[in-house]
Design a binder for this molecule. Structure first.
Ligand SMILES: [Zn+2]
Length: 408
């Protein structure tokens, strides 16, 4: 493991001559990344490189302040570009760091969960599951955005919660290096966990993170149908290619007046599905959750949307997901907790998200249930077809369940 105390830094490739240099003895802790900084032993180029932690394990990046850069092409838009920009333009944000000590430890294993992407924060946090058996004087320290600290499991020794918005985590958090210097005297060693970003979620006990029991599958056909829609105001349920095109144009040219139209269309689609389901299942229940409170849903919807999330509102939403036969929403990290707790899901998938089809799904059932209860549908699927899936899942699951559980 790479380590801040005693200092053990990883090797890196020079962006100019490709020589592999041994670990440098200087670094900047930007937030998402630890950046090594030093001079190439062959060509004398001064450069930065990310330590192989988190996504840095798969995507090594090295760059200079005058335009030279080496990175995998796949990592350009979401990782290399923001990192290089933040360093070259010296983009910084100051944030307070709250230190919560739950167990006294001398050998800290630091799990850095800071990331501008909410889904990445969760995937990184799930790494704690595989380190829960470490015991004092060793212990796991989780570095995480304050807004996600409510999910840190009880077995973690310390939480370092950074009060910063996810969007600003693309900048350098300039208070972090100072904080690290101040707290490192508390430990005999401070090592960096590797932080795997695609661990097998089937092994994870979600209760440790969400403190909520998931939907009991044995009660699926006993309970009245409950469908929860996931609302977003930064990504819309777009219903035609024209709407998709308009949405791209609105983002590119900052056309704000189109936004209410997309929100209206999204709201209408959800209400239409609910109305169609109610024609066949009049006592079905519907909930709406998510960030943003635009528009008004019919009274038969339980509207749980919020402008801002708090620890209490997050827990309330977890209970809503765990009461849901199905959660329905567009592809994104907004689907992760809902699909971990509900019985099933319908995810609406835009074409450009096909390569990431499984990324936001945390549902874990035996294989046949997984296929039956989890449906990825094209973003432009008609509301009538979505309704058909919902009704079939609800009505036909009992046949599958009876025939697969008879021997258990
Ligand atoms: Zn070189």
């Amino acid at each position: 493991m790479w380590s801040l105390k005693p200092y053990k830094s990883p090797p890196s490739k020079c962006p100019k001559c490709s020589h592999e240099n041994a670990g440098f003895n200087k670094h900047i802790f930007t937030g998402v990344h630890i950046l090594g900084e030093g001079t190439c032993g062959i060509c004398g180029t001064n450069y930065f490189h990310n330590w192989p932690i988190g996504h840095g394990l798969e995507f090594p990046i090295s760059f200079t302040n005058n335009g030279l850069a080496r990175y995998p092409r796949k990592a350009y838009h979401w990782m290399a570009r923001p990192l290089i920009r933040a360093v070259k333009k010296d983009l910084k944000v100051t944030a307070t760091v709250r230190r919560e000590v739950r167990k006294k430890i001398k050998h800290a294993l630091l799990l850095n969960c800071l990331d501008p992407c909410y889904g990445h924060v969760l995937w990184k946090l799930f790494n704690t599951f595989h380190h829960q058996r470490v015991s004092a004087p060793q212990g796991v320290v989780v570095l995480i955005p304050e807004s996600c600290a409510w999910m840190v499991p009880d077995h973690v020794a310390e939480i370092w919660a950074v009060d910063v918005s996810l969007r600003d985590i693309n900048f350098q958090i300039d208070s972090l290096d100072l904080f690290m210097q101040e707290v490192s005297d508390n430990y005999d060693s401070l090592q960096m966990l590797p932080v795997f970003t695609h661990i097998d979620h089937q092994e994870i006990e979600f209760y440790q993170y969400f403190r909520t029991e998931p939907f009991q599958i044995s009660e699926f056909s006993i309970k009245q149908l409950c469908v929860t829609f996931i609302w977003r105001e930064d990504r819309f349920w777009l219903r035609t290619r024209l709407e998709e095109w308009l949405s791209l144009a609105a983002t590119k040219f900052s056309i704000d007046w189109l936004r209410p139209w997309f929100l209206y269309r999204q709201l209408r689609a959800m209400v239409r599905v609910a109305n169609q389901v109610k024609l066949e299942l009049p006592v079905a229940m519907f909930k709406i959750t998510g960030l943003g409170t635009w528009g008004t849903f019919p009274e038969y919807f339980e509207d749980l949307r919020q402008l801002n999330m708090t620890k209490d509102s997050e827990k309330k939403l977890c209970q809503a997901f765990a009461q849901s036969h199905l959660v329905v929403g567009v592809h994104g990290s907004n689907m992760m907790i809902p699909t971990a707790l509900s019985a099933g899901f319908i995810e609406l998938l835009p074409t450009h998200k096909i390569p990431f089809i499984s990324e936001d799904i945390l549902m874990k059932h035996p294989a046949r249930y997984q296929t039956f209860l989890g449906r990825h549908l094209d973003m432009f699927t008609s509301t009538r077809f979505i309704t058909r899936h919902i009704i079939s899942i609800y009505k036909d699951f009992s046949y599958l369940y009876k025939n697969t559980s008879v021997w258990s």
